[in-house]
Design a protein around this ligand. Structure first.
Ligand code: C2E
Ligand code: CA
Ligand code: CA
Length: 637
């Protein structure tokens, strides 16, 4: 067994053994002094002190060796030798004094020898290589001694001593097995056999302490597989598990004894390097090593006849003597790893000051967003959606956050933060309520809108209170007719969730009369399968796609496919981000249902949107009146 935890345990046992040997040895020496038999015993006690001093040195060395497997093994061999020596000394004492019957000293010696055996069984049960030889060293002379008494009593005692040996071996072995199992479970990841998070953190704590004392340098790597979920979803969890095992094997083989490899859970792995004397050397090694790991893991995997290619995102954090908080250190490696993810995955980033200030800006924003609702800093804008005649039929609700210190913060920025912090629930509820209120006002004023689209984030949709909240707000603000005008825009981020659960929630929402639109369509991985499976009513073609319309033929083909798809599944199509006449014309030619973009209007404040609706109504009335006049004239004529 070569687990670190085992060494920690052994480490403490060294101290206990030293204390016991010194105290008992001292007692014995004093006893012998009283009975005028000191010289011999003094030499023996001197030996005990010397071996204890060596043990103390081994005890002290422990923290310097734990982070290097080779050194740890060497240390363990010395500890073995120390333990054999100290118990050996007790046996020497026994052999020397066992036939001294004066003052019953022989009985004291026997007693000590038996005690030492019991102690050995309890102190050393974590390792078979220790307790078996030590018990034999201690008990064998006892048995011989009893047999040599040549009395019935002696034979009896010899028999009982052998029975004691059997008993102690059995008990220690049981304890040994149990502790093996517990160590195993507590430190190893059951799937891959690598160290687990807990062990990794303990090791990191130890490493930071060592760096502090030795003023050395080191680094950690946080490795996260890119799109691992896709593999699980498409090839099944079995293949996913086998892939994780294969990756673990590659990492273990590549790192050998020089690094500590752990799996933190899921598809996250962590590697700790052992110390370097010099910063530049450490930095260079971290750079070379992390790129090598990236290449190694990118090589093809063949699992159950599947050829799998994956890439990884790696965050690197350099360690030095100034650091002491292991949680913070891991967090910074995590920040670096996320930086790789957000800049397109498949790469390596070292944690640095700029990243750290980026994070503190986010934290500042997080803190301010917390009060945004309270301080009335959130406002809803409405972007018109028009039909092919340019008449406003609906609108999309787009949220704005204006903070006095930060200025206008883009929704793409603060929605992400709100999702991460859980504030999206309160914020989402506020957006729902304000949107419903607006629709209620417009309905009262008889501005005829056909639909009102609201962006809903996954976190919000999956929150337990979501449906109840909508029911409550529906009752409070909207008639049944208006309720059917509500459209929830969702994105493919839903794919990352348990799809069955998502579908079941969506169905409940649809039962309330609400429709669903699949936002940003054409950007991510929207597969045919996905469109077929989830209960949507509308596809919303993404603006990035609309932007290049008319520029090349493949776009037109793509557009054709989208509209055919919509046709097959009987879905409405809305195009967003229309900025030019050409884009509008092309989309119209494909019978797109609704159009949204700066070409018609930017997102408008509530009052401005209402003015638009009012003007449109007046225009409609005028047209109606014009039509009536013409009819009347004809009639009269
Ligand atoms: P989205 O849902 O794709 O919203 C469309 C975005 O495109 C809006 O940006 C809108 O202002 C912009 N846009 C509209 N027409 C044009 C155009 O012709 N050209 C260009 N270049 N852009 C156009 P915005 O308002 O910055 O919102 C960005 C994203 O933030 C939204 O993308 C949506 O994902 C999210 N978001 C906005 N409001 C909310 C909300 O209330 N809740 C949630 N969950 N997300 C929201
Ligand atoms: Ca949207
Ligand atoms: Ca969109």
């Amino acid at each position: 067994m070569n687990e670190h935890k085992f060494y920690y345990f052994l480490h403490i046992q060294i101290l206990l053994l030293i204390v016991w040997s010194l105290l008992t040895g001292l007692g014995y020496t004093i006893l012998c002094y009283v009975f005028d038999m000191a010289p011999f015993t003094l030499i023996w006690f001197g030996a005990i002190i010397a071996v204890s001093a060596w043990g103390w040195e081994l005890y002290r060395q422990f923290k310097y060796v734990t982070i290097n497997k080779k050194k740890l093994k060497k240390w363990y061999q010395y500890v073995q030798l120390f333990i054999y020596s100290i118990f050996g000394l007790w046996t020497v004492l026994f052999i020397l004094y066992s036939d001294i019957t004066e003052h019953n000293l022989n009985q004291v010696t026997v007693l000590i020898q038996v005690t030492a055996s019991i102690l050995a069984a309890t102190f050393l049960f974590s390792d078979k290589k220790l307790f078996i030889p030590v018990l034999l060293i201690l008990i064998y002379p006892l048995v011989v001694y009893f047999i040599n008494l040549d009395e019935t009593k002696g034979y009896f005692l010899a028999f009982f001593t052998l029975a004691l040996l059997g008993f102690l071996l059995y008990a220690s072995n049981n304890g040994y097995k149990l502790i093996q199992q517990i160590f195993h479970q507590a430190q190893q990841d059951s799937l891959t056999g690598l160290y687990n998070r807990r062990h990794f953190m303990e090791n990191l704590d130890q490493l930071l302490k060592t760096l502090k004392e030795s003023k050395k340098f080191s680094f950690i790597l946080l490795i996260d597989l890119d799109h691992f979920k896709n593999i699980n979803d498409t090839l099944g969890h079995d293949v996913g598990d086998k892939l994780l095992c294969e990756i673990s094997n590659r990492l273990n083989t590549f790192c050998g004894d020089s690094k500590h490899v752990a799996r933190l859970g899921g598809d996250e792995f962590m590697i700790t390097s052992y110390p370097y004397d010099n910063y530049d050397e450490c930095l260079k090694s971290a750079d070379i090593f992390s790129h090598e790991i990236g290449r190694l893991l990118k090589e093809m995997y063949v699992i159950d006849f599947n050829h799998i290619h994956i890439s990884v995102s790696i965050g690197v954090k350099l360690l030095d003597s100034t650091l002491s908080n292991s949680i913070q250190v891991v967090k910074e490696a995590d920040i670096a790893m996320y930086e790789v993810k957000s800049s397109g995955r498949d790469g390596v980033v070292n944690f640095n000051k700029a990243l750290s200030s980026k994070i503190s800006n986010t934290l500042e924003m997080e803190r301010k967003l917390y009060f945004a609702l309270e301080h009335d800093e959130i406002e809803l804008y409405y972007q018109p959606q028009v039909n092919k005649d340019g008449l406003i039929c609906g609108c999309e609700v787009l949220t704005r956050w204006y903070n006095p210190d930060l200025g206008m913060v883009a929704p793409l920025e603060f929605i992400k933060i709100a999702e991460k912090t859980g504030l999206i629930i309160d914020l989402g509820n506020y957006i729902l309520e304000e949107s419903f209120k607006s629709l209620q006002t417009w309905e009262k004023k008889e501005h005829s809108l056909e639909q009102l689209s609201i962006n809903i984030s996954v976190k919000q949709l999956l929150h337990e209170s979501f449906i109840k909240r909508i029911e409550y707000l529906f009752n409070k603000y909207l008639s049944e007719k208006s309720q059917h005008k509500i459209v929830f825009e969702i994105t493919e981020t839903l794919l990352a969730e348990d799809i069955h659960n998502v579908i079941s929630i969506m169905k409940k929402v649809k039962n309330l009369g609400i429709q669903f639109s699949l936002d940003d369509f054409g950007t991510g991985y929207s597969s045919l399968n996905y469109v077929r499976e989830i209960p949507i009513d509308e596809l919303k073609i993404d603006k990035s796609f609309v932007r290049t319309l008319g520029e090349n033929k493949s776009d037109e083909m793509m557009l054709k496919t989208i509209f055919t798809l919509a046709d097959i599944f009987n879905l409405r199509v809305v195009a967003e981000g229309i900025e030019t006449d050409t884009q509008f014309e092309i989309l119209k030619a494909h019978n797109c249902n609704l159009f949204q973009g700066y070409y018609f209007d930017k997102p408008l404040k509530k009052d401005d949107f209402e003015i638009k609706l009012f003007k449109q109504k007046v225009k409609k009335v005028k047209i109606e009146m014009g039509k009536k006049k013409i009819l009347n004239k004809k009639h009269i004529g």
